[in-house]
Write a protein that binds this ligand. Structure first.
Ligand SMILES: CC(C)(COP(=O)(O)OP(=O)(O)OC[C@H]1O[C@@H](n2cnc3c(N)ncnc32)[C@H](O)[C@@H]1OP(=O)(O)O)[C@@H](O)C(=O)NCCC(=O)NCCS
Length: 189
């Protein structure tokens, strides 16, 4: 467990980063994601099924950021990439077109990373993603993020992720994504 005192102007509390049973706490996690990322109730219901399915994939694991009174305020989950998984099949042609197809092998995928808006910008997101990737046996990590200048993209760049493909369209997602990859362990400040 990693105690994380925070450094923001809001009351930091004492957030702890540790293993998360995402099966048991999927609704709390999706409540955080809904606030952080913006999901309506229909999207939450769809995501719920996806998250529960992901959790049975080989090597899938999750970490949570929890306040002293037990509230989940952030989470990350991911798994070793598998070329047969839906996400991988969507990004594969885009990566291939850029000569980056081999990033889909021996990579740990960050599937979701979200921090409750009241707890953002205190280092919790950075702690979640570095801690989960530190325990990966793969030499690299990949993920997708909305292709815009966001805090998420800023964080990923600062951790050593670079763009492997841009303007990647997922079926039913209105906005294009960037696929990013970084060598592991992630870069420290
Ligand atoms: C992305 C997210 C998880 C980051 O979590 P966080 O706890 O706020 O991030 P941290 O405090 O650990 O890291 C902050 C880093 O993000 C980046 N960042 C934060 N705010 C930023 C901003 N307004 N513009 C650019 N970069 C910013 C910086 O690189 C910053 O690093 P620094 O500490 O050196 O300044 C969080 O902002 C979030 O939940 N966003 C909404 C959901 C989302 O986009 N999730 C990712 C989906 S791909």
């Amino acid at each position: 467990m990693l105690r994380f005192p925070g450094r923001g102007h809001r009351d930091p509390g004492d957030v702890v980063i540790g293993p998360l049973d995402l099966f048991a706490r999927v609704d709390e996690a999706l409540a955080v994601q809904a606030l952080a990322f913006g999901l309506d109730s229909e999207e939450i219901a769809v995501r719920r099924q996806i998250v529960l399915r992901h959790m049975v994939y080989r090597g899938a694991r999750a970490l949570g950021a929890t306040t002293p009174d037990g509230r989940l305020v952030g989470f990350v989950y991911g798994m070793p990439n598998d070329r047969t998984h839906w996400w991988s099949t969507v990004v594969e042609p885009y990566l291939r077109a850029q000569g980056n197809n081999d990033w889909l092998d021996d990579s740990f995928v960050i599937t979701e990373l979200h921090v409750h808006p009241r707890h953002q910008n205190r280092g919790i997101g950075r702690a979640l993603i570095t801690t989960i990737t530190d325990s990966a046996t793969e030499p690299r990590s990949i993920l997708s993020a909305i292709d815009t200048d966001s805090p998420a993209r800023g964080l990923y760049h600062s951790l050593g992720y670079t763009d492997l493909a841009r303007q990647v369209f997922f079926p039913s997602a209105p906005r294009p994504y960037a696929v990013m990859g970084a060598p592991l362990p992630l870069r420290r400040r």
